[in-house]
Design a protein around this ligand. Structure first.
Ligand SMILES: Cc1cc2nc3c(=O)[nH]c(=O)nc-3n(C[C@H](O)[C@H](O)[C@H](O)COP(=O)(O)OP(=O)(O)OC[C@H]3O[C@@H](n4cnc5c(N)ncnc54)[C@H](O)[C@@H]3O)c2cc1C
Length: 403
């Protein structure tokens, strides 16, 4: 047991799903712990709604200030970027040279975009991996239509995973909305979704992915499967040696682990995840969680929340002189929204589609927000914002033409 007057210093790096969950769980036992959370962003990013932000949604659903989340808690929040790990002195140096010591270190840094060295992709493609990139893409969509008085010849979304599907499904109706708002009469809108493998959602059941493919077709999205992107220029993309003209390419097809782990010589698996033991411990006193750790369902917010909670619960058990538990992966519920009021649900072998799916997704998002916010904060966030419904284009103040 931790001596009563000697609290353990817990240093958490990363203010995402796993880091926040870990800090909040430990904060309930502040008699045992001093908790410091370091993040390079002062906002928590709720990734599941970034595709909405990219297609005209409200930023408040994708970005929640850490100050709001940790208001009235014992967690000390530092905005900074972790750089160097010193194992001997048990400390982390931030890029601004601040040195922070720890007794236990919890790492949940998330992943970064991987362009696989494909020529031109990093320079010319758009991404919705952060709120800044999603907003940049949204402004580009608007400006292109406003300046050219027509849509782009092709809108190309690369990556047949959940993010690519969710975004591609929203694009036809959003582009139509932008055209209508600016009084531009143009019928043809071409949205394509590109996937390198022969089916969408390669790891999920065939019939599930087939129904989603039909739904996308009905919404006006063309699919190009078994098609690899090999290069991009400022006005085209090369797919299977064919040149497709487009200034609007969105890359959602690849992520890789945070470079912090290779820079600091962690033991990595061949898939570039951090090797962890049954307690999610990478090394003595260093725990790794969420997208960074080599666990069966890594890469999902549900897993990241589960990991943060699991590690913290074990630290509390150890502080109480109880035996820590072994890690069990969380059972995953997949809910993919495909256009308005429609989502595809997969739980074990049960599959559901349509409006019921959309309702379940809505409930999952409420639970997602509530996993980091109190009920009062969650309700406040989800209450409709009548001020926003002003009927004006947010970029050029044109009155929206709903005729
Ligand atoms: C567009 C998109 C949509 C998604 N939709 C879903 C979905 O619908 N359902 C689902 O389950 N999952 C979804 N995911 C995946 C999910 O968001 C991740 O699995 C989850 O965010 C992982 O949590 P994490 O704590 O590991 O990392 P993150 O939530 O990414 O948090 C990492 C944190 O570390 C901070 N950070 C990074 N580097 C440093 C540094 N050097 N120093 C300090 N801080 C640093 C970052 O700013 C961030 O705050 C989606 C992901 C994306 C990109």
């Amino acid at each position: 047991m931790v001596a009563q007057n000697k609290k353990e210093n817990i240093l958490i790096i990363g203010g995402g799903f796993s880091g926040i969950k870990a800090a909040q769980t430990l904060a309930k036992y502040s008699k045992y712990f001093n908790i410091t959370l370091v993040s390079d962003s002062d906002n928590f990013r709720y990734y599941p709604t970034l595709f909405h932000l990219a297609t005209g949604g409200d930023n408040k659903f994708s970005s929640i200030p850490l100050s709001e989340i940790f208001n009235n808690t014992s967690v000390k929040v530092i905005i900074g970027t972790a750089d160097i790990l010193d194992r001997n002195n048990k400390s982390i140096t931030l890029t601004d040279k601040t040195v922070l010591g720890y007794d236990k270190l919890l790492l949940g840094l998330g992943v970064i975009t991987n362009y696989f060295d494909i020529e031109g992709l990093e320079q010319y493609s758009y991404s919705i991996k952060t709120e800044a990139r999603a907003k940049e893409f949204n402004k580009f969509l608007h400006d292109y239509i406003k300046n050219n008085k027509a849509p782009d010849s092709n809108y190309v979304v690369v990556g047949g995973g959940p993010t690519g599907i969710e975004l591609a499904a929203q694009l036809p109706s959003y582009i139509r909305h932008l055209l209508q708002t600016h009084d531009i009469h143009h019928k043809a809108i071409h949205v394509e979704l590109i996937e390198a493998l022969p089916k969408l959602l390669p790891r999920l059941p065939k019939d599930y992915s087939k129904i989603i493919s039909h739904r996308l077709n009905n919404l006006g999205v063309s699919l190009r499967l078994a098609s690899a992107v090999t290069a991009q220029t400022n006005d085209s993309i090369i797919i299977n040696n064919e040149t497709v003209f487009s200034k609007t390419v969105i890359w959602t097809a690849g992520v890789t682990n945070h470079p912090f782990y290779n820079t600091n010589n962690f033991s990595m698996t061949k898939h570039n995840k951090v090797s962890v033991d049954i307690y999610l411990q990478a090394e003595d006193s260093i725990y790794v969680m969420g997208d960074n750790a080599n666990t069966p369902n890594s890469g999902l917010a549900q897993t990241a929340l589960h990991d943060g909670y699991f590690i913290s619960k074990n630290l509390i058990r150890i502080a109480k002189n109880e035996t820590p538990l072994s890690y069990k992966p969380k059972k995953i519920i997949t809910i993919i929204p495909v256009g308005k009021h429609w989502a595809a649900v997969l739980v074990n072998k049960i599959k559901l589609y349509g409006l019921t799916g959309a309702a379940l997704r809505h409930m999952a998002d409420i639970e997602g927000y509530h996993s980091v916010l109190s009920w009062r904060q969650t309700i406040k966030l989800l209450l409709p914002n009548f001020k926003k419904m002003s009927g004006k284009c947010p970029y050029c103040d044109e009155t929206i033409n709903n005729s």
